[in-house]
Design a protein around this ligand. Structure first.
Ligand SMILES: [Zn+2]
Length: 162
């Protein structure tokens, strides 16, 4: 499913069938064969589960592992990459490489769902020209090009590494 369809189909299904808990209660559907982005699962279990589906995804396949800032734990990065290399065809590490042009903050900017806007956790800036979320959507890195549903999906992803 293309990234924008995750939102479009969820909207259409909600309008057609109403809000069904666990089905149409979000603004997005899980993309492709992925484990639901909100499911608590370890990186290694996620890789094991998703690897079985990649040979059947002839339109392309990429799995991802959401990680915290591991700049000071390169051993963990090495373990993850080695596990990917040995167990799955195509997989990436997603980190939150956002920044704030107002105060120079680098890290994870936050999303205010109620007001549909990003803000800086350090200085509180809400100027969408200065608070820049930079996330791997699924196979490519982007900023601000997401629709409402995909934005919410990205902000609801759980971390897969303790
Ligand atoms: Zn800031």
């Amino acid at each position: 499913m293309a990234e924008s369809l995750c939102y479009r189909f969820a909207k259409i299904d909600r309008a057609t069938y109403g809000i069904i808990p666990g089905v149409t209660d979000k603004k997005w559907y899980t993309n492709s064969y992925h484990v639901c982005p909100t499911e608590q699962i370890s990186a290694f279990d996620k890789i094991d589960f998703e690897a079985d589906f990649q040979p059947y995804s002839s339109g392309g396949c990429i799995s991802y592992i959401e990680i915290p800032n591991l700049e000071n734990n390169l051993e963990a990065v090495d373990q993850l990459v080695q596990y990917m290399y040995n167990n799955i065809q195509y997989c990436e590490l997603n980190t939150r490489a956002d920044f704030c042009c107002e105060c120079g903050f680098h890290g994870e900017v936050l999303y205010d769902k109620e007001n549909a806007r990003w803000y800086c956790p350090q200085c509180g800036c809400v100027d969408q020209k200065k608070v820049i979320p930079t996330r791997r959507t699924c196979g490519y890195v982007g900023s601000f090009q997401w629709n409402e549903g995909k934005t919410e999906e990205i902000t609801e992803r759980v971390i897969h590494v303790d």
